[in-house]
Design a binder for this molecule. Sequence first.
Ligand code: NAG
Ligand code: NAG
Ligand code: NAG
Ligand code: NAG
Ligand code: NAG
Length: 277
Amino acid sequence: RDHRWSSDIPSYQNRSEYLGDLQHNCSLEIQDLQDDDAGYYYFRFDTDKYGRRSKESVYLTVTELKARVNPKRVRAGDTVTLECGASCPLSTTVWFKDGHPVSKPNFTAQAEDAGNYFCAVEGQESVQSDPVTLDVQYSPLNVSVEVSHAGLLTVGSSVNLTCSSAANPAADSYTWYRSTGSSSVLQVGSGQVLCLPSVDLSHSGLYICQSRNRLGENNSTQVLLTVTETDIYRLILLVGIGVKVVFLLLLPLFIIQAWRRWRNSTADTESHDYENV
Ligand SMILES: *[C@@H]1O[C@H](CO)[C@@H](O)[C@H](O)[C@H]1NC(C)=O
Ligand SMILES: *[C@@H]1O[C@H](CO)[C@@H](O)[C@H](O)[C@H]1NC(C)=O
Ligand SMILES: *[C@@H]1O[C@H](CO)[C@@H](O)[C@H](O)[C@H]1NC(C)=O
Ligand SMILES: *[C@@H]1O[C@H](CO)[C@@H](O)[C@H](O)[C@H]1NC(C)=O
Ligand SMILES: *[C@@H]1O[C@H](CO)[C@@H](O)[C@H](O)[C@H]1NC(C)=O
């Protein structure tokens, strides 16, 4: 008589729904399955005279998705396999890394593959495994140099070159090289910052930072440092600016002068023309 699904167990109340047709179908949907939903389920109906219980029952197994990355720590270039398992056979599973879909469950690890992975059953992406972490170790990449002082340097000024790189584990040593026109390369310092508190002309050249961790080393691109003599440079600059300013001030005067002269001369010739006519 009472066809509604009823349960004495409060934890089912808001997670379950009777989907049957009140005739021959007594389907029940349970959402958000919990571990303790596992067990035997059977159907029963009651009338005012008697009750009946289904002869057969079904056993519900609740399992959890378990994600595994194999191995958990790799070097760039090694092969990684993602495994998604459960204690029962699964249909197609899909993978996500930091929330974004992963196209293949096995791949050659690169630096940017490091992160947190989880798997889900395709079509039920809201049911997820716990995340697992992949650690990818690699020698320095993207080594770059930042110069504290942009543009030309004058003798006596100070400049710092700062080296940065992406590496796992983090870079533990930095070496600075300078090459001048010829093929000679000099080691000029070490440490992440190369401080040049008072530069002179001999500091000009192409600088390279070499970043190193225990897996290897990599170089930055070359950075050009040009040191110029103070006074001569300033003088040339000032003279150059002065000449331009004077020229720009005088230009209108020249133009007006020239125009006046041209008008006078054309006026003269015009009057002559009239006389001739
Ligand atoms: C079921 O939902 C109702 C209304 O949203 C709420 O008052 C009740 O506490 C919930 N019961 C359980 C067992 O979560
Ligand atoms: C290196 O630089 C490239 C380009 O900017 C970037 O896509 C990549 O993620 C960087 N690598 C690392 C390990 O930071
Ligand atoms: C050096 O870094 C660049 C990118 O910054 C990378 O393409 C190259 O493979 C690295 N070389 C080595 C020897 O790690
Ligand atoms: C260079 O670094 C030193 C020490 O960190 C600092 O005292 C100095 O001001 C820096 N110079 C420039 C030009 O940034
Ligand atoms: C980096 O530069 C140094 C000095 O020029 C050179 O000896 C070394 O072979 C370079 N390393 C790489 C990976 O290019």
